[in-house]
Write a protein that binds this ligand. Sequence first.
Ligand SMILES: *[C@@H]1O[C@H](CO)[C@@H](O)[C@H](O)[C@H]1NC(C)=O
Ligand SMILES: *[C@@H]1O[C@H](CO)[C@@H](O)[C@H](O)[C@H]1NC(C)=O
Ligand SMILES: *[C@@H]1O[C@H](CO)[C@@H](O)[C@H](O)[C@H]1NC(C)=O
Ligand SMILES: *[C@@H]1O[C@H](CO)[C@@H](O)[C@H](O)[C@H]1NC(C)=O
Ligand SMILES: *[C@@H]1O[C@H](CO)[C@@H](O)[C@H](O)[C@H]1NC(C)=O
Ligand SMILES: *[C@@H]1O[C@H](CO)[C@@H](O)[C@H](O)[C@H]1NC(C)=O
Ligand SMILES: *[C@@H]1O[C@H](CO)[C@@H](O)[C@H](O)[C@H]1NC(C)=O
Length: 474
Amino acid sequence: MLLIISLILFLKPLEIFGRSHQLANNKKSDTSWGSTHEDLVTDLPGQPSVNFTHYAGHVTVNENNGRALFYWFYECSIAPESKPLVLWLNGGPGCSSVGYGATQEIGPFLVDSDGFGLKLNPYSWNKEANLLFLESPIGVGFSYSNTSGDYHIIGDDFTANDTYTFLHKWLLKFPSYKKRPFYIAGESYAGKYVPELAEVIVDKNKDPSLFIDLRGILLGNPETCDAEDWKGLVDYAWSHAVISDETHKTISDSCDFHSDDTWSNQTCTQAVDEVLKQYKEIDIYSLYTSVCIRDTASSEQQTTQVLFDTKSKMMPRIMGGYDPCLDDYTSSYYNRPDVQKALHVSDGQHLKNWSICNMTVFGNWSDTKESVLPIYHKLIDAGLKIWVYSGDTDGRVPVLSTRYSLGALGLPITRKWRPWYHQKQVGGWVEEYKGLTFATFRGAGHAVPTFKPSESLAFFTSFLNGQSLPFQRI
Ligand SMILES: *[C@@H]1O[C@H](CO)[C@@H](O)[C@H](O)[C@H]1NC(C)=O
Ligand SMILES: *[C@@H]1O[C@H](CO)[C@@H](O)[C@H](O)[C@H]1NC(C)=O
Ligand SMILES: *[C@@H]1O[C@H](CO)[C@@H](O)[C@H](O)[C@H]1NC(C)=O
Ligand SMILES: *[C@@H]1O[C@H](CO)[C@@H](O)[C@H](O)[C@H]1NC(C)=O
Ligand SMILES: *[C@@H]1O[C@H](CO)[C@@H](O)[C@H](O)[C@H]1NC(C)=O
Ligand SMILES: *[C@@H]1O[C@H](CO)[C@@H](O)[C@H](O)[C@H]1NC(C)=O
Ligand SMILES: *[C@@H]1O[C@H](CO)[C@@H](O)[C@H](O)[C@H]1NC(C)=O
């Protein structure tokens, strides 16, 4: 019952916006492709009519092995030729940026609760930028390799390399974006991907022929430094009444998260298991919303099992949204033959098996950087703009983890902690450092734009424009 009520509240603002915009006079940002581009999406089932173009398809990143990554690109709805290009990545590792970012968070078309249609998102980030979503690495969503051995070596490094190759190949398909200001954004495990990719770009930019005009990165509830992230997870669970004082004390006494063999101490491992056991009862990604109660015990079991693998320092990405069943609707939608055909991933007969998170990719992840903080320093020195935000009701990569991580960076504060406002209310708090801005979203879970769409769009706009967040109640 509660779930049904929340659903209606969620859909209301979208319906108000329901008036559609016709594709008026086919105004394109580049006359060389436009309506004849092979990847142009023309008949996406259930799509509301809009006045911007969008493209989807595979880009081959390695011809010998037959590796191809799937992208979906939405041009900006207002003056695309004068707007930057933004790449969005979700995490996992192993989760889809199309399933989460594009259709549950910041894209123009959000998946409808019946799994058969799409809703226009009035707060889509393509109002401010040309938005590129990538399913990365191979094994995620529609991205694949024809060489099975490739799947045994995927990790952070492999992913950054393939994504970098993808960018150059993609720019060949869309040449008018080659000199465009470029940003990379992402959340969760993309807290690792985004700085790692930015570092590759900064390094390769030394060769002028490879230059990509990277201006900055944006990170939401990002995994950053494993030791600080774990400490934050535990402290947050305690300070939000999820675990007892005793469990917290045991962890404080027996767990050394900075050590190489944290999990060899049984006392520590058992106490951390207790934390995860409590979180299994609620939605760790959104402490104060309902969990998805399914008719059948389906994929949920599978994902929580991985969560309990304390030997892995990596973290799965399970959706925690206003409607936590949305993952199921998304899977129904992307496994439809007509949808796969419209997105140029199959002929509508031989279907691809699409899943929102690939647990095999997650389970076989072969290398991960324990901390990307050294990369932050490098990117700051290279003059990139770095903004980090945190939904403060997420228990997975909680605001405390991010504060511990940024604390370890030791950057000088340039504007001290203060509230920021959106429509006369406090959106959260913000602190500016030399080279980095950190902001919280009050009352938002892990996937912030799902919970605070209007605030998120305003925040994204400030980021792109390089403006401080509003500090007055106006
Ligand atoms: C992978 O193999 C299929 C089937 O042979 C082929 O159609 C496809 O083009 C290959 N992919 C790449 C990226 O080479
Ligand atoms: C598309 O629609 C938006 C929203 O109504 C409007 O602001 C914008 O000017 C339109 N863009 C074009 C290229 O017509
Ligand atoms: C998941 O990834 C594995 C490789 O790790 C791949 O073989 C499989 O096809 C992928 N599953 C789906 C549903 O995409
Ligand atoms: C990534 O690319 C760099 C060179 O640019 C190379 O040294 C490294 O081995 C590559 N890593 C993987 C896993 O392919
Ligand atoms: C775990 O750590 C605690 C505190 O450092 C220590 O007293 C205990 O002996 C350790 N247990 C094991 C099994 O190493
Ligand atoms: C798709 O992949 C999932 C997970 O690997 C598997 O459980 C399911 O049976 C597959 N479905 C089809 C139609 O192959
Ligand atoms: C690793 O991949 C293999 C298939 O390539 C799969 O059978 C196995 O379950 C995976 N391991 C984990 C931990 O997911």
